[in-house]
Design a binder for this molecule. Structure first.
Ligand SMILES: C[S@@+](CC[C@H](N)C(=O)[O-])C[C@H]1O[C@@H](n2cnc3c(N)ncnc32)[C@H](O)[C@@H]1O
Length: 236
């Protein structure tokens, strides 16, 4: 879509100056009319898209430098970002930061609503690396990074979350669920667990507890053929 906007801009007025501005404004107004947006929204979307493109270049550099495999693949990170955006998440919790790749997606999703991410990692070196990554990616200001055992730290969290991503010890998911739900999950909140198909056995007790709870709706999601997310949606 933005290609259309930029091409039309060149066609209307050349590359610089007032005609350029008028050309952009004309096309912007037309685009906004079609989408029912205000020009301010569209200009904001352009800035956000440019910023994201620059950030994703840094992300590609970090991934190329990082030989560890502590990360959810990009296609699956995109699905988590998408779900968090759909939920309009402002307060996000991640359990299992590792090197912060998924944290980055969650921070971008939360940023869209002026929100923030709390993330917990038990291994100090991983947490330190994640903080460095998030600084380079320009989202560290949106993230509270906690170091320690999430089973202990979750109990002390004072925030209520509208999006929770579980990707640490799978056999701990039931304990996380019990500590988080319902008191630390906002009405309409989402709890998403990774590795539903590859690591189902250790998290089966959590899956059964959620499925047996009439206050929630559950679903599975997949971005890639070899794994699935298990999602819980609060119905209060
Ligand atoms: C698969 S990695 C997370 C990957 C990350 N979400 C991503 O995609 O970039 C799981 C992480 O959970 C951490 N972890 C395991 N048990 C934990 C616990 N009890 N508390 C906090 N973190 C834990 C591990 O040290 C590991 O870094």
């Amino acid at each position: 879509m933005w290609d259309v906007f930029m091409n039309a801009n060149v066609f209307e007025g050349g590359a610089t100056g007032r005609r350029d501005f008028l050309g952009r404004a004309t096309v912007l107004a037309a685009v906004c009319g079609v989408w029912g947006m205000s020009p301010g929204d569209a200009a904001g979307a352009e800035v956000a898209a440019q910023r994201r493109t620059a950030q994703d270049k840094v992300l590609a550099e970090l991934e190329a430098e990082d030989e560890s495999m502590f990360r959810v693949p990009g296609e699956e990170r995109a699905l988590v970002y998408w779900l968090a955006r759909l939920r309009g998440a402002r307060e996000v919790l991640e359990i299992g930061t590792a090197h912060g790749y998924l944290t980055y997606e969650l921070a971008l999703a939360a940023q869209a609503r002026g929100g923030r991410v709390t993330t917990i990692e038990i291994v100090p070196e991983r947490r330190a690396k994640a903080v460095r990554h998030l600084e380079r990616l320009g989202v560290a200001g949106r993230v509270t990074s906690l170091e320690g055992d999430a089973h202990v730290l979750v109990a002390g969290l004072r925030r209520r979350f509208d999006f929770v991503f579980l990707n640490a010890d799978k056999s701990g998911n039931l304990d996380y669920w019990r500590k988080l739900y319902p008191g630390k999950v906002r009405a309409g909140g989402v709890v998403l667990a990774y590795n539903y198909s590859r690591r189902l056995e250790p998290m089966m007790d959590f899956v059964e507890a959620a499925r047996g709870n009439p206050q929630v709706a559950t679903a599975v999601f997949s971005a890639l053929p070899d794994d699935v997310f298990f999602g819980v949606l609060d119905l209060r």
